[in-house]
Every structure is written in C-alpha cells, then in structure tokens.
Design a binder for this molecule. Structure first.
Ligand code: AMP
Ligand code: MG
Length: 347
C-alpha cells in the first residue's frame, strides 16, 4: 500500500466515526492493515477476553482474504485469472467462488457499470501497483482495443464447481467490492460469537450493527476537493455506508487527473462525479453500488440505484452540485449549506 493511501485511510478512520457516548471500558478496538487500508473493529458491551479472541479471529480472516483476493500479488485470484485466460474448464477455488458469484450478480444488476472483469484495463492504467501510480496515461489504441473486446461477467460460466471463460479479455479485479464483501464476512463472524454491537470500518467505508449507547452513529462525508468533512449522516441499526471517490488513487499528468475508477464503456477514468456515497444493509452491495453509481454519474445514477435496490445516495458531480434522493436528504446534515443541490425522485 502506498504512503498516501495509508494516510487517507488513517484520516478517514479518525474523522468518520463519532458520537460514542458509552463509557470507554465497554468499548474495545482492534486495528490492523488489510485490503489496502486500515481496518478498525470496534466492539461494544463485551469483556476484554472475548474482544481479544474475536479481534484475533477477524484479523486472521482479513489477512487471508487479503492474500486470496489480491489483484496483483500471487494468490488464488491471480491463479484463477491465469486459468480463466486458458479458456478451459477448471475447478473453482472455494475460497474465491462465493465472492466471484456475488461480484457477477452485482455486475449484472448494475448494467455492468460495476464491472469486476476489467482487470486488464486497470492494470494498463498502472493501478496494479503498490506504488503511487504515475503518468502519462496509456496509449489510446491499447485502451480502445481492450474496450472493444467487451470483457463481461456473462463470459464466465460456472458448472458443477467448474469455471469456464469464453473471452480472453476477462481478468478479475475485485477492488470495487472485496472490501464490502470482507466486512460482511467479518460481521457474520462477530454475530456468531454473540457480538451484536460493533463497527467494522475499512478506511471510512463501514458497516455498523446494533447500538452504542443512546446516541445514533454519525458518519462524516469527506469533501472530495478539500481537507475536511462536508456533511454528517446518521446511520441506522444495521447499515453499511460506502463512498467511492476520485481522490482515493490517482495521478496527475499535464494538469489532468487520472483516477482509479474506470468507465468500462470507454476505458477512461469516469469523469462526471467526484464522490458517491451509498447506504445499504449489506456492505458488498453498498461497495459495488458506490463504484457503479460513480461511473453512472448525474445522468444515470437513479436508474442504476433502482436496479441495484439502493435507497440512499449522495453524489457530488464534477461541478460540485450535490445530487440526492429525498430519503437521503432527510438524513444528511451539511456543515455549510451547499451552493447547489439537485434533488432526485424517490428511489
Ligand atoms: P471503489 O473504491 O470501491 O470504488 O473501488 C475502486 C477499485 O475498483 C479500483 O481501484 C479498481 O480496482 C476497481 N474498479 C475500477 N473501476 C471499476 C469498475 N468500473 N467496476 C468495477 N471495479 C472497478
Ligand atoms: Mg466499491
């Protein structure tokens, strides 16, 4: 992970969760790095020994998911991509298959604006690297070639535990959904241990279950063009909140910013939004939807949100206008009243 994404993760963790009113001895934390960010697990109403055991189990779980699903380091995903490229049947790895299934389902729902098989494009843009990516942008012809091959999750079929791919352009990159999916698995483990009040926060993207005293959770929405927080959103008893932004990984070249969320329709960084925040019960759906709606932009976000079953969206477009559905507007408190708000139809 790059130093800049480390700092961003830390900043978000420190900024984004507030409102704890419980006495400190009932609140337990465990922090570690996985999936490219700082993972912060907060558990409430639990004794020290139980928190220690749960924290350890989750740290080991996240470390394994990190290794198994990594897009550019050796592991199960890399091996799966290698075998998909042969266009021959092979047995799917059980440590990856449920995530592939979920990613494929969410991709179809999003009209493939969330497209987890554009790994070749993302590598071409230089984002498959631990270093901070650098310009110039890739050759236009190479981008167009990959787009023309239309890698799609519909190219990948599953029969009797075997995978088969019919398109050599397909390469999985699960960066747009893995964090959410991992958080859901983490929450399952906590609940299995009887821990019902907790947050798993991955660099500001998080799922919160249960309560923490009398006051509700408040989550800050980062200003995509400034250092601070733009607004606060109240979170319910079991909700996930995910933000996709163009400030998370990018490089500048000739005064132009090239960031890590690629529009599968043209192969270039999606350029109509700067940040999209989504609330949903499960974290995997919220994660994939934030990425999809970022690509969808101000024109299409409502259509795609409806298809994906998303009921709360806040999208900031490249002119700074804030697009929301009415239900989201009810839950947002702005630090300073925004210059322009575009209120959509109910979702
Ligand atoms: P997120 O921060 O969840 O929006 O995920 C961004 C990451 O998802 C990128 O770093 C890529 O690894 C991957 N990605 C980029 N564009 C897309 C896309 N259109 N669909 C799915 N994943 C994408
Ligand atoms: Mg995402």
């Amino acid at each position: 992970m790059s130093a800049s994404s480390f700092r961003t993760g830390l900043l978000l963790c420190l900024l984004l969760v507030s409102g704890c009113s419980q006495s400190p001895e009932l609140v337990r934390h465990r922090q570690f790095f996985a999936l490219g960010t700082l993972i912060d697990i907060t558990m409430y109403d639990i004794d020290g020994a139980a928190a220690e055991q749960a924290g350890l189990e989750l740290e080991q779980l996240f470390m394994r998911m990190h290794a198994d699903w990594h897009a550019w380091q050796p592991g199960i995903l890399q091996e799966t991509n290698r075998r998909l490229a042969t266009l021959e049947d092979f047995p799917a790895d059980p440590a990856l298959l449920p995530l592939l299934d979920e990613a494929n389902r969410l991709s179809r729902l999003s009209d493939e604006l969330f497209n987890p098989v554009i790994g070749k494009l993302i590598a071409l843009w230089g984002f498959h690297s631990d270093e901070r990516p650098d310009g110039p942008p890739p050759d236009n012809n190479r981008i167009l070639e990959l787009v023309a091959q239309q890698p799609s999750v519909t190219d990948v079929t599953l029969h009797d535990g075997h995978l088969r791919n019919g398109n050599p352009a397909v390469r999985y990159d699960l960066g747009g959904v893995a964090k959410g999916y991992a958080i859901d698995r983490g929450i399952e483990r906590l609940r299995a241990r009887g821990i019902d009040h907790a947050i798993i926060n991955a660099g500001g993207d998080l799922r919160a279950i249960g309560r923490h005293g009398e006051r509700p959770w408040h989550i800050g929405i980062r200003d995509p063009r400034g250092p601070g927080v733009l607004a606060a959103i109240e979170l319910g008893d079991d909700e996930s909140i995910f933000t996709s932004g163009d400030y998370e990984r990018f490089f500048d070249h000739d005064n132009q910013r090239y960031h890590h969320i690629i529009d599968p329709r043209n192969g270039y960084p999606a350029d109509s939004a700067t940040s999209v925040t989504v609330i949903h019960t499960d974290a995997a759906t919220a994660d994939a939807a934030a990425t999809a709606l970022f690509v969808a932009g101000p024109e299409l976000w409502q259509t795609v949100a409806r298809r994906m079953g998303i009921r709360y969206v806040l999208l900031i477009d490249r002119n700074g206008t804030i697009h929301m559905n009415p239900a989201m507007q009810q839950r947002v408190r702005f630090d300073t009243e925004p210059a322009a708000i575009s209120l959509g139809e109910p979702l």
